[in-house]
Ligand binder design. Structure first.
Ligand SMILES: *Cc1c(COP(=O)(O)O)cnc(C)c1O
Length: 369
């Protein structure tokens, strides 16, 4: 028995013909750079998220970086960001020349602790970058209230939350702008690197279109930061095929998570708390265990692949710690990093596989006592 952590090959087998003809369409037209499929995907993804605009880029990292640049965030500015996230969230801030200002996460939802945002605000603070961690929306009501009070921008880190809903609204439609990643394993994934920005702000959208294409508003006039962050037409063509299945895949992830929840209810593990009115899309199904490492080793021995998101909070990453000992600065994020374990999660995972995974978790706990 072998249960992989992700199951992309199963998904691609089902879509084989559709993906091949989408690729062939691009090959026949030859519009490889910012072609027809890029603009069509942008329209379709904006409609899906309920925003006026969507702009395709080359990665989730670029999506966040260009969203910040669209609001002139740069050297001397500070952007508030959770300590528990993928490094890309902070890297996007660093790439603009601004400084990430880390804050701790909420012990229940594991998302940015909105209560701690105000005390981290300084005269240099320009924006908040909340992350919808593992697919669970952050507390956007609090975030937008604080942003209004202090005149800050909110850029949603939506890289793990395609299709998640916050009180009836899709993530990506709540802040000033949002960055999505189409990294292959994400709920909507390309066959390579790709990303997208959503916004309702016409000025920001126009600026981002120039920023992704060497700062050109007019051909050959490089007015803004000149860099290349274009989305490939081939990736856009593949993503258009997959976008049609996103809702059904997310529903499947929700069913699998409900089964995990039910079967794990009498096991010695805890989970991320989902507040009422929040719709999680389970990019990851993450449990918390005091014996995480032993549990992971046990599952590995039984052919069950798991992962850790993330083994280190961002402030402890060598690049950000800069030789300082920053242990203890954000205790909740640090503790979670020692205890979280991501279980296999993908739309094609079967009930039987979930049952096997859970019974092995329970077995591991029995033998640990
Ligand atoms: C996947 C991800 C990103 C961006 O990923 P790319 O590899 O740049 O597409 C950013 N933030 C978070 C939280 C992510 O999970």
């Amino acid at each position: 028995m072998n249960i992989p952590f992700v199951g992309l090959s199963i998904q691609h087998k089902h879509l084989h013909n559709e993906i091949n003809s989408a690729i062939q369409g691009v090959m026949n037209r030859g519009d490889f750079i910012l072609g027809k499929d890029v603009s069509s995907l942008e329209e379709e993804f904006a409609a899906y998220c309920g925003t006026k605009y969507a702009i395709g880029v080359d990665s989730g990292l670029s999506a966040l970086e260009l969203s910040l640049r669209a609001y002139d965030i740069g050297p001397g500015d500070e952007v508030i960001v959770p300590a528990l996230t993928f490094t890309a969230t902070a890297a996007a801030i660093s790439f603009t020349g601004a400084t990430p200002k880390f804050i701790d996460v909420d012990p229940e939802t594991w998302n940015i602790d909105a209560e701690k945002i105000e005390e981290a605000i300084t005269p240099h603070t320009k924006a908040i970058l909340p992350v919808h961690l593992y697919g669970l929306p952050a507390d956007m009501h609090m975030m937008l209230g604080i942003a209004e009070k202090y005149n800050l921008k909110v850029v949603e880190g939506a890289c793990e939350a395609h299709g998640a809903m916050y009180k009836g609204y899709k993530v990506g439609s709540l802040g000033n702008a949002a960055g999505f990643s189409f990294y292959p394993t994400k709920n909507l994934g390309a066959c390579g690197d790709a990303g997208m920005i959503t916004t309702n702000d016409a000025k920001a959208a126009e600026k981002i279109r120039a920023l992704r294409n060497y700062g050109q508003r007019v051909k050959n006039i490089h007015e803004l930061h000149p860099s290349n962050h274009r989305l490939d037409s081939l990736q856009a063509a593949i993503l258009r095929v997959k976008l049609k299945h996103l809702e059904e895949w997310n529903a499947s992830r929700c069913r699998i998570s409900a089964l995990y929840n039910e079967l794990l209810s009498n096991a010695d593990v805890t989970r991320q708390m989902k507040p009422p009115g929040y719709q999680h899309v389970y990019y990851l199904y993450v449990i918390r265990s005091r014996n995480r490492d032993a549990l992971q080793a046990h599952l590995k021995g039984r052919g069950i692949e798991t992962a850790i998101h993330y083994p280190l909070p961002v402030h402890l990453q060598p690049y950000y710690a800069k030789g300082e000992d920053r242990h203890g600065q954000f205790p909740i994020a640090e503790k979670l990093c020692n205890e979280v374990l991501s279980l296999p999660m993908y739309p094609e995972l079967t009930e039987e596989q979930v049952e096997i995974i859970v019974s092995e978790i329970k077995l591991s706990q029995k033998t640990a006592v």
